[in-house]
Design a protein around this ligand. Structure first.
Ligand code: BDP
Length: 679
């Protein structure tokens, strides 16, 4: 009896081990076809290119249908690196213009298979929305990751190029499976060292792996590299010695990485060097590099994230610096613009630079890593945030001038269109710290491929491939994901509040924050402007007039307190506590209910997840469950901190039908987390 029991236990144990999941496979949990099945199939490719071979290999290993023919057709230029798939499950023809298109088609087919979709009469044509679909890693050479919450950097510089971690290929494959075709591997606060000959050889090791998956490597460069690395007298972009140094450096890069993509530059921003150090403009700096890269068909992504403490409203500065330069940038420069005018807040209106630049190429930069969204502790599904920005109508060229259409080549023809996002990837086993943060990497890739996809659909695909194909399971998890971003906005910064985070590390609330000697534009009070009359930043004509940077149609709506949507109210207006909101409540009461709603929404997320316990493997279930507990506690922390603090100004009671605060304001003010961020 005892023996049988032991045996039984052993079986159960090995069974659960077999199915134990640690998240390392991401959404790529395909199971290989049996040897038997593999024998009777034909998966052919007429191209010998390594990317095409990879496509063939993926299908040969995982596709459960009969025959697939992969073909390149040089005439089909309109496809770009997209693809065409025709036929039915057992006889499929894939055509592409680029080898990468064949690979994307392979993953498309596998996605259909893995999500149980009909593969009967296929007639699919997919053309990507943007030419360059890019990840930005903020990885330092010492393997710390700026704003990274998933362990150390994936790039093991000490071992490169001799030793290649298997994760490089897994990373490239995951990216290719969602259409990402470009990666900036180092921090925008760039070390000049990355351009040393030693590091370029290490980089070659990475780029050789990535190339097989259709991914090009780009670098963030430090504008002072010529002086620091090359010993020139300065790094003035008009100094012939400096230009010569860059020329030689670029030549060297191409001698080791023939398909190198180009440079990303953070210049004259947050203390980084740049052309302004020498009295030159952003355009002069960008164009110098662009001219050198042009013969190689390469690009300069020049960031518009600039601000300094002297401006009266940080939200205005990028526009003020860049609009006067419009028309001066070379055609292989793309201005890389953060989605909102401040900095990756839980919710921001769109950046007014979109559309305002009439003659320059522009691209969106999102942040997948959750610097301002609870790090990898909070479940926040970001597809709705990405979509909100892309679908925003700027009205800059009349109705329908969405951010997506300004950047995808529709309204502003561009040599190359692009989109970027700051990665949330590190060397954690599950890649992203939180199992659900994988969905944000996935969703970004899917939207970069097709910005018309709905967040719901992307969530469904991801859940089915990552967890379970069960319909009820998908519906429940999708609902949880879809509310998660609003929940975060509600418990952190509802109604247009922004940047009231704890200093420096940005985890948790600190609306009272006032660091001695700190820059005013890094202080929460600068952003919330709370006083005994009300709260919010007046950006109307009576205030900073940032509103004037938007097209008149948008400015009229946002600038009018009666028309401004609630979600941006305190972004654009300083509103009295007693002001009657659209709901009929006073601003103060509304604010209280919003915070309370955020807490409730997280509680509901916990309930949904706990109910699914039997449908998720044990490890991932438990890990997500414990993160949700942290999120629920943090939500209460946010609510109490913000309401108790703002109450010192509003002097009004917290409505009696909502949960009472469980903290004392004075205790919350004492919390100092030991989390320095790495620059
Ligand atoms: C801010 C981050 C900072 C980055 C900067 C940037 O706090 O660490 O260096 O953005 O985008 O959000 O350059």
């Amino acid at each position: 009896m005892m023996k049988i029991r032991l045996l039984l236990l052993f079986f159960i144990f090995s069974f659960s081990c077999l199915y134990a999941e640690d998240g390392s496979k991401l959404w790529l949990r395909y199971t290989p076809v049996s040897k038997e099945m593999a024998k009777n199939r034909s998966i052919t490719a007429d191209a010998k290119n390594p990317v095409a071979v990879q496509a063939q290999h993926e299908l040969a290993t995982f596709w459960k249908g009969q025959s697939i023919d992969l073909k390149l057709d040089k005439k089909l230029t309109h496809l770009k690196d997209g693809f065409k798939i025709t036929g039915h499950r057992d006889r499929i023809k894939v055509t592409a213009h680029e080898p990468a298109g064949l690979l994307y088609a392979a993953y498309h087919l596998l996605q259909l298979q893995e999500t149980d979709q009909q593969v009967l009469n296929l007639n699919v044509e997919e053309i990507p929305s943007f030419n360059i679909r890019m990840l930005n890693h903020w990885d330092n050479l010492d393997r710390t990751v700026e704003r990274g919450y998933a362990g150390y950097s994936l790039w093991q510089w000490d071992d490169l190029p001799g030793q290649l971690s298997p994760r490089y290929e897994a990373y490239a494959r995951a990216n290719a499976s969602i259409g990402i075709n470009a990666t900036v591997i180092n921090n925008v606060n760039a070390s000049p060292q990355i351009l040393s000959s030693e590091y370029l050889l290490k980089l070659k090791g990475l780029s050789d792996v990535f190339r097989r998956y259709g991914i090009k490597v780009y670098l963030s460069v430090n504008f002072s590299s010529p002086k620091i690395l090359g010993g020139t007298s300065d790094s003035d972009p008009l100094n012939p010695q400096v230009i010569l140094w860059w020329k030689n450096k670029v030549k060297e890069i191409y001698s080791v990485i023939p398909d190198f993509g180009g440079f990303l530059v953070k210049a004259n921003s947050e203390g980084q060097p740049g052309p302004q150090d020498y009295g030159r403009t952003h355009a002069e700096g960008a164009n110098m590099l662009a001219a050198i890269l042009k013969p190689y068909q390469a690009l300069v992504m020049w960031r518009a994230f600039v601000y300094n403490p002297s401006t009266e409203d940080r939200a205005k500065q990028a526009y003020q610096e860049f609009v006067p330069l419009d028309g001066q940038f070379s055609d292989n420069v793309i201005i890389q613009i953060k989605n909102g005018p401040i900095d990756f807040q839980p919710r921001e209106p769109f950046n007014p630079l979109f559309g305002a630049l009439k003659k320059s190429h522009e691209m969106v930069e999102f942040q997948i890593t959750q610097e301002y969204l609870g790090f990898s502790n909070h479940l926040v599904y970001l597809a709705p945030l990405f979509q909100e920005t892309l679908d925003h109508d700027t009205y800059a060229d009349g109705k329908g001038s969405t951010v997506a259409r300004f950047t995808d080549g529709t309204l502003r023809p561009a040599r190359k269109t692009a989109i970027a996002a700051v990665a949330n990837i590190g060397d954690d086993t599950n890649w992203t710290g939180h199992h659900f943060a994988q969905a944000n990497w996935y969703a970004y890739g899917r939207l970069a491929w097709n910005h018309q996809l709905a967040s719901e659909q992307i969530a469904e695909e991801w859940i089915a491939m990552t967890f379970s194909k069960d319909k009820q399971f998908i519906a429940a998890v999708k609902e949880m994901m879809m509310t998660s971003r609003e929940a975060a906005v509600n418990y952190m910064m509802p109604l247009g509040l922004h940047h009231i985070f704890a200093f420096d590390h940005h985890y948790g609330p600190e609306p009272w924050g006032d660091q001695k000697g700190g820059r005013p534009d890094w202080m929460p009070w600068y952003y919330h402007q709370a006083d005994t009359i009300g709260v919010g930043f007046d950006r109307t004509a009576r205030g900073s007039n940032a509103i004037s940077q938007y097209s008149p149609h948008v400015a009229n709506i946002y600038g009018d307190i009666l028309l401004c949507p609630d979600q941006y109210l305190l972004w654009f207006h300083h509103v009295p506590w007693h002001y009657t909101m659209k709901s009929g409540l006073s601003l103060w009461d509304e604010l209280c209910y919003q915070y309370d709603l955020g807490v409730k929404q997280v509680r509901d997320m916990q309930k949904v997840w706990d109910r699914l316990e039997n449908q998720v493997d044990q490890q991932r279930f438990a890990e997500v469950q414990s993160k949700l507990k942290i999120q629920a506690k943090d939500a209460v922390w946010w609510k109490d901190a913000c309401l108790l603090y703002f109450q010192t100004y509003s002097k009004r009671p917290i409505p009696y039908d909502i949960e009472r605060p469980v903290h004392e304001l004075e205790d919350l003010k004492k919390i100092k987390l030991n989390m320095k961020h790495h620059n």
